[in-house]
Design a protein around this ligand. Structure first.
Ligand code: NAP
Length: 284
């Protein structure tokens, strides 16, 4: 039987594919854009079109699949957007799902991940929820442009601390439970890094690794929102969600550290310094 990886071209999904292949699993990589998947995985991996918003794509994607990595694409803002696919998973007798959720979601009913977790549980598919902290890839991805061009971190997180985690470590956690589902049936795992850093410390690490002075601009919410909407021209609802997330971060919701990653994998999570060395091209 096969393991379906949704969002296989995404930050986490691409590493879930790699880890599962290394564990000897038969993997099917799914997404709406097959060309993207071909570029990423070449001929090594089976691929299938899956669009959560197109019921016609479900049958083929779920064919011969018994386990599944489920992620919510960031632009699908409502939990209900994923419910039809979860119903289809149940109809296709999926034996185990690992859902990419969010740290602290058990106490926070606002983000869609809360309702998605509850829905998976209510339809009765055995699950292993993965609840990660903030991805290090936010800094090497969406926020890297200002670091590269202006030597500045432009994030409205105030003086708050965050227990950043590398998406590769999240993916290893996901693959570990998908590879041995019986051991992890109906469990939830909060995956964080081993250190909690504020953005001044992040700037210091990036200064050390890149050899160029990088500072933390510490913008307010309005300045950040205007900049990302008017200068970066990013999607309004996406920017609003990030404002809400950084508001929560300022309330100290992102600084908690757990040892769940080590318990699952026997390894230590990647530090931000090692991560920035690995992805130095994103910052220079
Ligand atoms: N960033 C963080 O710090 C953080 C922390 C905790 C949790 N999370 C959660 O992690 C999730 C994002 O994961 P990620 O960063 O790995 O994703 P990502 O890099 O943003 O990638 C999104 C993926 O979704 C696929 N996709 C887009 N539209 C789709 C559709 N209609 N149907 C099916 N697939 C579709 C895309 O593939 P195609 O282009 O091929 O369709 C792509 O692979 C979100 O739910 C977010 O809330 C993020």
């Amino acid at each position: 039987m096969k393991v379906l990886v949704t969002g296989a071209s995404g930050n986490v999904g691409k590493y879930v594919v790699r880890e599962l292949l290394q564990m000897g699993e038969h993997v099917v990589a799914a997404g709406t854009n097959i060309e993207k998947l071909n570029l990423l995985f070449g001929g090594d991996v089976e691929k299938v079109i899956l669009d959560f918003q197109d019921l016609k794509t479900y049958q083929q994607a779920l064919h011969d699949v018994d386990r599944l990595f489920l992620m919510r694409p960031p632009h699908l803002g409502k939990a209900d957007d994923l419910f039809p696919f979860i119903d289809a998973m149940k109809q296709h007798d999926i034996q185990f799902v690992s859902f990419l959720s969010l740290m602290g979601i058990e106490r926070n009913t606002i983000p869609p991940h809360h309702k998605i977790e509850k829905y998976i549980e209510s339809v009765g598919i055995p699950y292993g929820h993965i609840r990660p902290g903030f991805f290090m890839q936010n800094i090497s991805g969406i926020h890297a442009a200002e670091i590269k061009e202006k030597k500045q971190i432009f994030i409205p997180a105030g003086k708050s601390k965050t227990s950043f985690i590398d998406a590769e470590d999240i993916a290893l956690s996901v693959a570990t439970i998908l590879h041995d589902p019986g051991k992890y049936e109906n469990t939830a795992h909060t995956i964080t890094g081993s250190e909690s850093l504020d953005y001044y410390q992040i700037a210091d690490i990036l200064t050390k690794v890149t050899g160029s002075k990088i500072t933390y601009a510490k913008p307010g919410f309005l300045r950040y929102r205007n900049y990302y909407l008017k200068k970066r021209r990013l999607n309004k609802s996406y920017v609003n969600v990030t404002v809400a997330l950084y508001f929560m971060t300022r309330l100290c919701t992102a600084k908690h550290i757990t040892t769940d990653f080590t318990k699952l994998t026997g390894k230590q999570p990647c530090t931000f310094e090692d991560f920035s060395r690995k992805h130095i091209k994103c910052f220079k």
